[in-house]
Design a protein around this ligand. Structure first.
Ligand code: NAD
Length: 494
């Protein structure tokens, strides 16, 4: 598509009310049982569009019971793994064939760059293929028994009914990390997407029927936290896979603990991106644009604490400021745009409140620090300096295109500052010194460490957090473990 095609789409969106979409419950595309619905908002224009069902508690109950019935009857888990693989491959092909429309929908509900969302949909299809293929590799192991006449081995079995609760910032990819390993291993799933970004998930759910996923095995219910709470509180839900804020994650973990349901949590971060004096600064700045600003900072693994060695601090801050000021922000559909708006109104209010906080705390504004004069949910790419260690802008996740630069003297101080956080999701290290890179990899307490790059990822590598950034891992082989129980078998054969 060229610039004119995107301009035409933008014009069309300005004049159309958007689709009326359905939930997926027990193989049927349905509206809410009481007919209530809610709208999405386009973060670029601020205009409402679309009509999404607002699920009732009865709808959630029906979805969970359908998932439970499908699991008990074994319509999916008892299929030979090769057949599940074939269905998931068909599902992946359908997602890929519809990537343009799904990507555009994701931009309309979320405001991130089309380039990112489109490739995100292709990656989502690849994740489906990857985990689908792994379905044939899920197996236990045999154990040499010291007792004669006994054999023993383990089996990996699906957990049962899985609730997948997803956030708005990367709706499909974070869904895929739960949905595909859960389906590959034979579970039934009920998805509750974010109330800000439900439509792309509903488009995908429709394709699941076409792919041949049996009724009840995949269900999607839509609505806000109340709907999510009905879902995770349901006695028939065996496992909750959640990505979102720490506050919601803690509530979910408490509810799950009451009935001993399994839970995995992918939560927030305040990741250090550590720049040593021997680093390739141009390369580091290039990745900062891609990893911090391209997402408008709405990435759990954003490198929002930039630690810089004092010997290069002043020069680096100037270069970073120029980079931030030169970021081309605007219409996320325009291929030239480097940063779109924030995804929703509450997020705009939250980031704006941090601008006020920075003023009150007396931080130095190196770039940005406010809102441009433009409709939609835009804020400026922002860099702060001179923050005290107890600044809220250093301690708290902002989830916007905002970073704080923090100087350090030497490696020991860099490690101390990097680890001085309740989070532990990710970290970046920029240095040409291989030995130092290895020391840092070992010393930094985070689920992912990138050296001389930032925020690259693939389904083959596990992702998740240390400390308050989460419990468990998604992607990688670990994801299959997260959706299976281990059964140990003993046989006395005399
Ligand atoms: P959120 O916690 O507000 O909402 C996440 C989901 O939980 C939504 O679907 C929401 O409707 C639902 N929900 C809210 N209250 C609920 C309840 N009581 N019971 C059940 N469900 C409930 O988070 P958000 O604002 O959508 O997402 C942003 C957050 O997600 C950030 O903190 C970010 O760091 C985190 N995140 C983490 C990762 C990761 O992989 N670690 C990735 C992306 C985002």
């Amino acid at each position: 598509m060229n610039q004119q095609d995107f301009a035409d789409i933008r014009k069309q969106w300005a004049s159309d009310a958007g689709p009326v979409v359905d939930m997926l419950i027990d193989g049927n595309l349905v509206q809410a049982s009481d007919g209530r619905a809610f709208a999405c908002t386009d973060p670029y224009s601020g205009q409402d569009w679309g009509q999404v069902p607002l699920a009732t508690e009865q709808d959630v109950d029906r979805a969970v019971r359908a998932a439970h019935r499908a699991f008990e009857e074994g319509v999916w888990r008892r299929k030979p793994a090769a057949q599940r693989v074939a269905v998931l491959r068909r599902f992946a092909d359908l997602i890929e064939a519809n990537a343009r429309d799904i990507g555009l929908t994701a931009v309309r509900e979320n405001g991130k760059l089309f380039s990112e969302m489109y490739y995100g949909v292709l990656a989502f299809a690849e994740d489906c293929r990857f985990f689908g293929t792994l379905a044939e590799t899920v197996h236990g192991y045999t154990i040499d028994m010291p007792m004669p006449g006994y054999s023993a081995w383990t089996r990996r079995e699906p957990i049962g009914v899985v609730a997948a609760i997803t956030p708005w910032n990367t709706p499909l990819n974070l869904l895929g990390w739960k949905l595909f390993p859960a389906l590959a291993t034979g579970n039934s799933v009920i998805v509750k997407p974010s109330e800000f970004t439900p439509v792309s998930t509903l488009l995908v759910a429709k394709l699941a029927i076409e792919a041949g996923i049996p009724a009840g095995v995949l269900n999607v219910v839509t609505g806000a936290g109340e709907v999510g709470n009905w879902l995770i509180s349901h006695a028939l839900v065996d496992k909750i896979g959640f990505t979102g804020s720490g506050a919601t994650g803690a509530k979910i973990a408490k509810v799950a603990a009451e009935r001993h349901a399994r839970v995995s949590l992918e939560l927030g971060g305040k990741s250090p991106n550590i720049v040593f004096e021997d680093a390739d600064i141009d390369e580091m700045l290039k990745w900062t644009v891609l990893s911090l600003f391209a997402t408008a900072g709405q990435a759990c693994n954003a490198g929002s604490r930039i630690l810089v060695q004092r010997s290069i601090h002043d020069r680096f801050v100037e270069q970073l400021a120029a980079t931030a000021r030169n970021v081309r922000w605007g219409d996320p559909l325009d291929p030239e745009t480097q940063m779109g708006p924030l995804s929703n109104r509450p997020q705009l209010a939250k980031v704006s409140a941090y601008f006020d906080c920075a003023r009150e705390e007396g931080l130095s504004v190196v770039a940005g620090g406010g809102r441009p004069d433009h409709p939609g949910f835009f804020v400026q790419p922002t860099i702060y300096a001179d923050a005290k260690p107890d600044s809220r802008l250093i301690l708290e996740e902002i989830f916007g295109p905002v970073a704080v630069v923090i100087p350090f003297e030497d490696e020991a101080e860099a490690i101390r500052i990097a680890n001085d956080t309740r989070f532990g999701l990710a970290a970046g290290v920029w240095t040409r010194d291989l030995a130092r890179a290895h020391r840092m990899i070992e010393a930094v307490r985070a689920g992912t460490v990138w050296v001389n790059t930032y925020r690259v990822g693939t389904h083959a590598i596990p992702f998740g957090g240390f400390k308050a950034s989460g419990i468990g891992r998604e992607t990688g082989i670990e994801a299959l473990e997260a959706f299976t129980e281990v059964k140990s078998v003993w046989v006395n054969h005399g």
